[in-house]
Design a protein around this ligand. Structure first.
Ligand code: NAD
Length: 478
């Protein structure tokens, strides 16, 4: 995909002013193409197309929409190899991960919401002998969907699928670092029979560019954003002028709590994944590891040994576990966090630098840091890279306090074989998603989202439809 274009009203188009920016493969540093750089003009055109299309798409039946969504899912499956390659070239993540996680889950998102919409119900309340109330579910209108670079197609389709299933139309603003799979999705949707204008894609940057043009646009009714907490704050300010409905999935600094009675092998293997999968660039990664003191020494030793075995390198190679970070700029940001952690007393047990054997590309070694406390930046700010801290704790009360001592509240993991304790601690943790003796296990029917500064609202199952639809109450006097 040497030229990545906008998709507006069923056509692939350049920017009106012809502007582009480079698309770089972070694993090689090579420019692999150019991307049309959109701004207010492209957003205006896309929103107008979405508004026109809403008149008919919003009136189709759930069954008609579900049939198209199933065809989209089918075509994603058929294009698995291409989509996985594009995703890996954009992000630097291992190709095996793109093939087994990102792309299959994207297809599943369409299937799930296509089936779910057909079973949706609304509420009725009878005022005996007086009146009957029933609610009608209707689409809201034009949605702006803004997505991040870490799981580009996977997270985008998690918004697109319920948005379209509910009868809305949309303008997508993909992350500027990872534009390719969203563009391919537009082509797939058209081939699957989605009418022109229902789904539009405008590429470009966030602040003072395509992103803010979308969030400020008077004819956009809702904004669903996955991105950084600071971006959420900026989008909220921008959207206030036109009072848009907002859904935010933002950053996390998630605790991974390991009690001494945990199943050690299970906790260890899962911790390797929750620390370093996708180069640690997953909002749910458990970057703050707390281990009960009797197990602390053994756990740290085993964690370092196991992390040493991870293969860092060429994302195209089937044996690679950890690929490249998304960009050189992001790598410098990650490295800055590690340097400041050391300056604040942290001790690096593993990693902390670029791998010596890789001469080019934005690679960073899996990094384990100890001897830090809650006052250190590294335990408070989201790094979004393959970097974890490990701290000991002595009591349940202490670890709950440590875990909650953050502005974030996305997810948390608890490892223990004591069932009573597991439920007790889960009840106390300030996080929207809690796993007990597992991680990243998702049932799409369940609520997903963050507390505190990790987000607003929930996605998944009926929660996605609450956001993407209006409920109208009809009161009939009997
Ligand atoms: P980001 O906030 O930099 O960008 C996300 C998107 O917002 C991009 O498309 C960007 O162009 C756009 N954007 C940025 N500023 C904007 C503005 N002022 N107005 C409108 N749009 C704007 O995030 P990122 O670096 O792409 O992704 C990493 C972040 O996303 C991390 O903080 C991570 O935790 C978070 N994330 C959260 C979840 C979740 O489910 N909670 C999932 C994945 C990633």
């Amino acid at each position: 995909m040497e030229k990545v274009l906008h998709f507006i009203d069923g056509k692939f188009v350049e920017s009106a002013n012809g502007r582009t920016f480079d698309n770089v493969n972070p694993a090689t540093g090579e420019v692999i193409g150019v991307v049309a750089e959109g701004g207010p003009a492209e957003v205006d055109a896309a929103v107008a197309a979405a508004r026109r299309a809403f008149k008919t798409w919003g009136k189709t039946s759930a069954a008609e929409r579900a049939a198209i969504l199933h065809r989209i899912a089918q075509r994603i499956d058929e294009n698995l190899e291409t989509l996985a390659l594009l995703e890996t070239m954009d992000t630097g993540k291992p190709l095996t991960l793109s093939k087994t996680l990102d792309i299959p889950r994207s297809a599943y998102n369409f299937r799930f919401f296509a089936d779910f919409v057909k079973g949706l119900s609304t509420e009725t309340f009878e005022m005996e002998g007086v009146a009957l109330n029933y609610a009608l579910r209707r689409p809201v209108g034009v949605a702006g969907l803004i997505s991040p670079w870490n799981l580009p197609l996977f997270l985008l389709t998690w918004k697109v699928a319920p948005c379209l299933a509910a009868g809305n139309t949309c303008v997508i603003k993909p992350a500027e670092l990872t534009p390719m799979t969203a563009t391919k999705l537009a082509e797939i949707c058209q081939q699957a029979g989605l009418p022109d204008g229902v789904l539009n894609v405008v590429h470009g940057f966030g602040p003072d560019a395509a992103g803010s043009a979308l969030t400020e646009h008077p004819d956009v009714d809702l904004i669903s954003l996955t991105g950084e907490t600071t971006t959420g704050k900026a989008v909220m300010r921008a959207a206030a002028g036109t009072l848009k409905r907002l859904s935010f999935e933002l950053g996390g600094k998630n605790p991974n709590i390991i009690f001494a009675d945990a199943d050690l092998e299970d906790a260890l293997e899962t911790t390797i994944r929750s620390s370093f999968v996708n180069q640690g660039e997953v909002c749910l990664c458990g970057s703050r590891i707390y281990v009960e003191r009797p197990l602390y020494g053994t756990f740290v030793e085993r964690l370092v040994e196991r992390a040493k075995q991870l293969v860092v390198g060429d994302p195209m190679h089937p044996d690679t576990n950890v690929g490249a970070l998304v960009s050189e700029e992001h790598l410098e940001r990650v490295r800055g966090f590690v340097e400041r952690a050391v300056a604040q007393g942290g001790r690096i047990l593993l990693g902390g630098k670029r791998p010596a054997h890789l001469l080019r590309g934005a690679f960073f070694e899996p990094t384990i840091i100890v001897d830090v406390d809650s006052s250190c930046e590294i335990t408070r700010q989201e790094v979004f890279g393959p970097v974890v801290t490990v701290q000991p704790f002595d009591t349940e009360e202490e670890v709950i306090e440590l875990a909650n001592d953050t502005n974030y509240g996305l997810s948390a993991t608890i490892w223990t074989t004591n069932l009573k304790r597991a439920h007790r601690v889960a009840g106390e943790l300030e996080a929207g998603v809690i796993w007990i003796n597992t991680w990243f296990l998702r049932d799409l029917r369940t609520p997903f989202g963050g507390m505190k500064e990790s987000g607003i609202g929930r996605e998944g199952g009926v929660h996605s439809f609450e956001f993407f639809s209006e409920l109208k109450n009809v009161c009939v006097k009997l």
